[in-house]
Design a protein around this ligand. Structure first.
Ligand SMILES: Cc1cc2nc3c(=O)[nH]c(=O)nc-3n(C[C@H](O)[C@H](O)[C@H](O)COP(=O)(O)OP(=O)(O)OC[C@H]3O[C@@H](n4cnc5c(N)ncnc54)[C@H](O)[C@@H]3O)c2cc1C
Length: 393
């Protein structure tokens, strides 16, 4: 295979994880190359809900610290907006919203319990079916597509390179190390390889003889026509998460997932399913003042999931120059911190600002190969209705 100019660090995958890691590395002066089989952000990174409220994560404190600075650090807008409001339509939903708020409190963040009147003052489109809610003085959301582009431009501003339409097909291993990354455009030499290929990260782990339990799932989103801007655009509840865009659209998604297989390097299709109607009905329940708005767009994306819902960010012991980075459905919000953590793993051998032991691959050492079936996570042959009955995101 033709050998092309490689880089000190080759990153497989131009989603937010790979791009953020590449940007942090490039701004530290590291020679970095991102290989992306489509265009940057084509997969989950450009299709998600934009939520950035993951304070329970080892990356959570850094996520909250970094987001308000990201526009300035990157030099391009992400449309980040702070705060998050939880709307409860039942006592069970209120208990859930409180649980999330209290997790934030244990990490030093403020929140308030809201009665219906207070809730309506903040979110005028809430209806009389709401019993109350939570006002998180933390968390937030951003525009996924602008954020992806911001990472990509900022990475290049610092001298990093991105090759789009370049599919990685294999890894050349010699002397216990990956020495080159094989692609449809030739092979690229590398000192260190970061595998941030979203749901396909598990396939690369397989190539290296490493078991990374990962289940891909299709998730749907809808966007309504615009309505006047609310004070806070990040409103969640009724099993939905989402945001109001700066144009005024409500963009919402949520469970149920449709579990699928990603058997090879093929990009999964993203057709919409009947889940879209289910999302629209639940959004009208959550925000009755917006029930008259039309759904103007809908799309699907494929999210990656580990058995415990936490990312895997780990440097392999063999080959010892490979870092696996897959985010288990929470990768957008965590991307500023995850990218920083990955860059530190590359440069210093460990993350300097957080203890990543909870994200180590070794926690799945005893996970059986049929873990998906045991967990009741099923493949695309099952009907959507059957999947819906099994729970939501
Ligand atoms: C509908 C939806 C809503 C979501 N909502 C939220 C949310 O509100 N907040 C949140 O934090 N997270 C959310 N997520 C999850 C979040 O989007 C993902 O965790 C995150 O985008 C993962 O980023 P990534 O870069 O690790 O992977 P990806 O975005 O999947 O990127 C991986 C990239 O690798 C490329 N690639 C794969 N194989 C190869 C190959 N062989 N060669 C070259 N390139 C390859 C792919 O083309 C892709 O661009 C949501 C996901 C979906 C689908």
């Amino acid at each position: 295979m033709e050998q092309r100019k490689g880089a000190a660090v080759v990153i497989i995958g131009g989603g937010v994880t790979g791009l953020s890691a590449g940007w942090w590395l490039a701004r530290s002066g590291v020679d970095v190359l991102v290989l992306e089989k489509n265009i940057v952000g084509w997969e989950a990174s450009g299709r998600n809900g934009g939520g950035a409220t993951h304070v329970y994560s080892p990356f959570g404190l850094e996520e909250q610290r970094l987001w308000p600075q990201m526009d300035e650090l990157l030099g391009y807008p992400t449309e980040h907006q702070p705060y998050r409001i939880g709307v409860a339509l039942s006592e069970a939903q209120l208990a859930l919203a409180r649980r999330w708020a209290e997790i934030g409190e244990t990490r030093g963040f403020k929140w308030e319990l809201l009665d219906r009147r207070q809730l309506k003052e903040l979110v005028p489109i809430v209806g009389d079916n709401a019993i109350g809610g939570t006002y998180l003085h933390f968390g937030g959301h951003a525009n996924p597509q602008r954020t992806v582009q911001a990472y990509a431009w900022a990475l290049q501003d610092h001298g990093g390179r991105i090759l789009q339409h370049t599919t990685v097909t294999g890894l050349t291993t010699r002397g216990g190390r990956v020495t080159a990354v094989e692609t449809t455009q030739g092979a690229f030499g590398a000192d260190t390889v970061v595998i941030a290929a979203g749901p396909q990260t598990g396939l690369f782990a397989d190539m290296l003889g490493v078991f990374l339990p990962l289940a891909p799932a299709r998730v749907e989103m809808i966007a309504t026509e615009p309505l006047p801007l609310m004070r806070h655009g990040g409103v969640a509840g009724n099993g939905l998460y989402g945001r109001q865009t700066l144009r005024g659209n409500l963009v919402y998604g949520g469970g149920p997932h449709e579990w699928i297989n990603v058997p090879d390097m093929a990009t999964p299709d993203h057709p919409n399913t009947p889940l879209v109607r289910n999302l629209a009905r639940r959004l009208a329940e959550l925000l009755p003042g917006a029930a008259h708005l039309r759904v103007i767009r809908a799309w699907g994306g494929v999210a990656e999931n580990t058995p415990d819902g936490l990312p895997v960010i780990d440097r392999l012991s063999s080959p010892d120059n490979v870092i696996l980075a897959t985010m288990s459905s929470v990768g957008f919000g965590l991307s500023p911190a995850a990218g920083k953590g990955i860059s530190e793993l590359v440069m210093h051998g460990r993350c300097l600002f957080a203890d990543l032991s909870a994200l180590a691959l070794s926690r799945f050492a005893d996970t059986p190969p049929d873990w998906r079936e045991r967990a009741g996570w099923i493949s695309t042959s099952a009907s959507v209705a059957e999947t819906a009955a099994r729970g939501s995101r």
